[in-house]
Design a protein around this ligand. Structure first.
Ligand SMILES: O=C(O)CCC(=O)C(=O)O
Length: 319
């Protein structure tokens, strides 16, 4: 069985990225202290206990998925903004976008009796329209319990980000993201993976359940899987740190993505304002029109840089 690479949670970002680029996945050990995990579990438990299981084999009849976590769980907010993870988002996603977004935040509980999920790529959320050369997504699963082969540790095929879309993983190509509670699996949107089977006996008190906090990020010009404007509406986002609100989606992306018009009677409100306007307070900027001159300048500068780079690669003209 292939083994996933484990690095210490404080490993330099370049070392982490080198493994992520090579294998498409790795584990950062002991990224959260046990007390922080316990506090997070206590905060999430009422929501998780009340969540019904999935309705098909992919979502899992013995699996629950609990969402709207940025709004419901103040304790997950620092994880969404964890600098060790955002450094990987910068390296993986920024080459293809002006801004990346939170794609989903979901607690996945795998209970005894859940068979293994079908191996897949998360990028298939957008169908198969994106060229494979573009990596659209950086994913994490934070272990809120130990992840073991018996309780449903994520199945991962290291190196499979290079496979064609229709390649089927052989059993000997599938590794398991076994890790201690508090560790985090980091993986791309292209690596083949799936939830594992939980083959434990059910003690009836939740003690054999596997809890994984799935927090994922995607290119800012793609639609987010979890509709963040509904899971985290403006009245909630107004109370978030501005950087987190922007990550959720309350910020312009590129020059023109994300503006809106408050639907007010004639003359009673501004036109084409940036999304921060909906958050009120210091984050509102009624003067904004589309993305503003600075973003347009940035688009022009990037186009100029690309042209200059292409010209520099051209062979010199012969006389
Ligand atoms: O829970 C896991 O380990 C992975 C789940 C997964 O890949 C999915 O639901 O798309």
């Amino acid at each position: 069985m292939p083994q996933l690479t484990h690095l210490p949670a404080d490993a330099p970002a370049d070392d982490v990225f080198a493994v992520l680029a090579r294998d498409g996945a790795l584990i950062l050990d002991d990224a959260l202290p046990a007390a922080a995990v316990d506090a997070l579990v206590a905060e999430l438990k009422p929501y998780v206990d009340a969540t019904p299981p999935g309705r098909d084999s992919f979502t899992g009849a013995r699996t629950t998925r609990t969402g709207a976590l940025v709004a419901r769980s103040p304790r997950i907010r620092p994880l969404v903004m964890d600098p060790r993870i955002l450094a990987q988002c910068d390296a993986l996603l920024k080459p293809n976008c002006h801004r990346y977004h939170l794609h989903l935040a979901q607690l996945i509980r795998i209970m005894p009796g859940q068979p293994g999920q079908a191996i897949h790529r998360d990028r298939w959320a957008w169908g198969q329209h994106l060229p494979l050369a573009i990596e659209p997504q950086l994913n994490t699963i934070w272990a809120l319990t130990d992840f073991t082969e018996a309780n449903g540790a994520t199945q991962v095929c290291p190196g499979s980000q290079a496979w064609p879309d229709d390649r089927v993983a052989a059993p000997e190509e599938i590794g398991r993201a076994t890790m201690r509670k508090g560790s985090v699996l980091v993986y791309t949107g292209t690596v083949f993976h799936a939830g594992g089977a939980n083959v434990l006996d059910d003690p009836g008190d939740g003690g054999a359940d596997r809890w994984g906090l799935n927090i994922t990020y995607s290119l800012g010009w793609l639609r987010q899987e979890e509709n963040m404007y509904l899971s985290c509406p403006p009245q909630v986002a107004a109370g978030l740190e501005p950087e987190l609100a922007a990550l959720v989606g309350y910020a312009m992306s590129n020059y023109a993505l994300g503006y809106y018009t408050p639907p007010l009677p004639p003359g009673e409100g501004p036109e084409t304002v940036p999304p921060e306007y909906a958050l009120g307070g210091a984050q509102a900027d009624a003067e904004g029109s589309l993305g503003g001159a600075e973003l347009l300048d940035a688009v022009r500068a990037a186009a100029r840089k690309r042209r200059e780079a292409a010209e520099a690669l051209k062979p010199p003209a012969t006389a």
